[in-house]
Design a protein around this ligand. Structure first.
Ligand SMILES: [Zn+2]
Length: 324
């Protein structure tokens, strides 16, 4: 007889005592009748009664709590496991250096004789900030890598032309710079949108890709790989998008830099046109001097990794200029 079935007769005041352990097993009075516990419908009397000076009082026994725990534990576990799994999968997606969903380059070789370092700039072109930055880089004779946003390429094609003409490497940084697209576009069509935008201006397609905010998914990385591009993130973060003072940006680089470093900076801000990057531009001139004083050689990402900056000529349109 189960616990519910044990509740038959509430008029049996002389029912024998039952231990909590008995109650856990659903035991009943020997004559088949047992007193019901007030306010506890469906619960075996023997599970809820204890005797105090000969009087039966309703006291929840410890065994009943264990039984409730046994009921809840597997159900709680069944609900938490998928939740934890989603959290882990999300952390792997937002962690820019994670390799769980595919190969991502985060730094160059550290063991060579040369102390190589690559400065990279995301979210442009974005004038007047990008043009001001190009002036500094030209004056210092430094080549960097620009990861450009497709929408911004459409807005500032002449600035992109100048970047390429002055020897900088160009990478694809999505078209709309939205995590949502990374998550929901299973064929990741905006990769091609940006490739086309760059090709229309420069006549070739970039061979490098960087995901917006470093947020990446397995299907996105697969689409990038199938299109022949290499995904490149970074290992030195400056948080320059917070617009700290230039000395803070410089210090954040110098405190974490090592040979083979790929440094993340910004000449734009998502797809906002005209956003202020004055602190970054001001920091770059000082940063170049400090890095050179420490023996670093500033190169583009393709130079550092010894990989092509552009996709093979067969994928270019013939009517445009040659890549740098
Ligand atoms: Zn970005």
């Amino acid at each position: 007889m189960d616990a519910d079935g044990a509740r038959q007769d509430s008029s049996a005041p002389d029912a024998p005592q039952a231990s909590p352990a008995d109650g856990d097993r659903g035991a009943s009075a020997p004559n088949g009748s047992a007193p019901a516990t007030p306010g506890r419908r469906g619960t075996a009397p023997s599970a809820w009664l204890s005797t105090v000076e000969g009087t039966a009082l309703p006291v929840p026994p410890r065994a009943s709590r264990r039984r409730r725990l046994r009921w809840w534990a597997p159900r709680l576990g069944a609900a938490l496991v998928p939740l934890l799994l989603v959290v882990v999968l999300y952390v792997l997606a937002v962690w820019p250096q994670s390799q769980a969903y595919g190969r991502i380059v985060t730094h160059g070789p550290a063991g060579s004789d040369r102390k190589l370092l690559a400065l990279t700039f995301d979210d442009g072109p974005n004038d007047p900030a990008t043009s001001a930055l190009l002036d500094v880089l030209k004056e210092k004779n430094v080549h960097v890598t620009f990861f450009v946003v497709g929408e911004n390429v459409r807005a500032f094609p002449d600035t992109l032309r100048r970047e390429a003409a002055e020897g900088h490497a160009i990478g694809n940084h999505s078209y709309r710079h939205k995590k949502r697209d990374t998550l929901l576009e299973f064929n990741y069509g905006e990769l091609e949108e940006t490739q086309q935008a760059v090709q229309e201006v420069l006549g070739y397609r970039p061979a490098l890709y960087r995901s917006p905010n470093g947020f990446h998914t397995p299907w996105q990385l697969r689409a990038v790989r199938r299109a022949g591009l290499t995904t490149v993130h970074w290992n030195v973060q400056t948080l320059d998008w917070e617009r700290p003072d230039p000395d803070t940006i410089v210090r954040r680089v110098l405190d974490h830099v090592s040979p083979g470093a790929i440094v993340l900076l910004h000449d734009g801000d998502d797809t906002h046109h005209g956003s202020d990057r004055t602190p970054t531009v001001a920091a770059v001139a000082k940063l170049i001097d400090e890095l050179r004083a420490r023996g670093y050689e500033l190169v583009t990402v393709p130079e550092m990794l010894h990989i092509p900056a552009t996709l093979p000529a067969s994928q270019r349109t013939a009517a445009h200029a040659s890549p740098p």
